[in-house]
Design a protein around this ligand. Structure first.
Ligand code: ZN
Length: 163
């Protein structure tokens, strides 16, 4: 768990590395079953466009707000990147985009998901992917790098179809 820094020398997110959601998975043996269900329920909030961030981000750091905004604008990329926090099982997510955005409406309205605000793994995967994408890497290359970096010591990936 500790060697993520080796793969992700991103300082901007270090402040955001709150308790990863994978921790609760590992400790699930100690938790009461009824509590697990309520804990895994994430807040969703709709705004009229990707330009309007949800109010659950109001008290969050600037870096996290910026990341949510970037994720919403990089849907194609992140729908092809799996998340390794365990949210495939706990929240039914299909990819890393789902950790930030619950749903896009045809008229441009967007339903945000607060899952990633509670999850260092989700945040790191999105931040690294977007950074590499901006640097010119292909989605396929990024996918490979993420799969490689998280294959040991993390939860099962979301069932994201192969590229
Ligand atoms: Zn996740």
């Amino acid at each position: 768990m500790v060697n993520y820094k080796k793969f992700f020398p991103i300082t901007l997110l270090s402040a955001l590395l709150i308790v990863g959601c994978s921790n609760s998975l590992q400790e699930s043996g100690n938790n009461k079953k009824e509590h697990q269900q309520t804990e895994s329920r994430d807040i969703v909030e709709e705004t009229k466009s990707v330009e309007v961030l949800p109010s659950f981000l109001n008290d969050k750091p600037k870096e996290m707000k910026n990341l949510y905004a970037s994720v919403a604008k990089n849907r194609e990329l992140l729908e092809n990147i799996p998340c390794y926090c365990g949210c495939g099982k706990s929240s039914g997510h299909k990819n890393n985009y789902d950790c930030f955005v619950y749903k896009n409406h045809k008229d441009g309205a967007i339903v945000w998901d607060d899952h990633a605000t509670k999850c260092g793994v989700c945040l790191e995967i999105a931040a690294t992917s977007i950074q590499d994408y901006k640097a010119g890497k292909s989605i396929k290359e990024i996918r490979k790098k993420i799969d490689e970096a998280y294959k040991n010591g993390y939860a099962e990936p979301t069932p994201t179809p192969n590229l």
